[in-house]
Design a protein around this ligand. Sequence first.
Ligand code: PEP
Length: 252
Amino acid sequence: MRKNIVAGNWKMNNDLEASLKLAKQVAKKVKKADVKGTKVIIAPTFVNLERVARATKKSKVKVAAQNMHFAESGAFTGEVSAQMLKSVGVKTVILGHSERREYFGETDEMLAKKVDAALANNMKIIFCFGEVLEDRKSGNQEAIVESQIKNALFHLEVDAFKSIVLAYEPVWAIGTGETATPDQAQDMHAFIRKTLTDKYGAEVAESISILYGGSCKPNNAKEIFSKKDVDGGLIGGAALNADDFLAIVTAF
Ligand code: PEP
């Protein structure tokens, strides 16, 4: 059985005080709601990771980084390695977010190296990908998504691949208020699962959690999550409010 996961990507929001406050609120509400069967993850900015990881250590909420570098150490000013994340108690990393690809020039090739570095450090990965609006309009979305997955992940042996969580995030739906319809999400998730089946076999494909991301909110999460190939969400804006985030966490 694959896991249901709801992960909050806080992006470049919340200073230390606000991060601790939100993390504690989320942990408390997750406990109160007695959330079972759904893994809850929050991803604060790098500087607040250690404090948030410590503050949530005894809770069910796990902490993830929003990015990392592929090198172990060295002359990479401003970057953070997998080993550094692990040393502050962070064992999960989001890789390939469209904002990293668009604003920081991350390519499939770089992401393949980041994936390898994270796995070499036994870190869990939430790997993001998705088409831009022009690709969707021209009907090219499946080809784009397939190439993003293949280029960054299909060099992996099956055992390594099994530990990856995928996040389909149509770029046109991120932070825009425009959501893929539940059927659009399901169609793409089914296509992704078929792509995984062709490469790694049905058993592996069925075991991989595929999250949807893109303006997922309390009012649409239930319907999106009800689709058979949608195993949860990667949440941006709505993850900055504990009540909204919890409403999404409990939408299964
Ligand atoms: C995201 O940044 O991954 C995201 C899905 O953002 P939003 O929910 O704000 O669209």
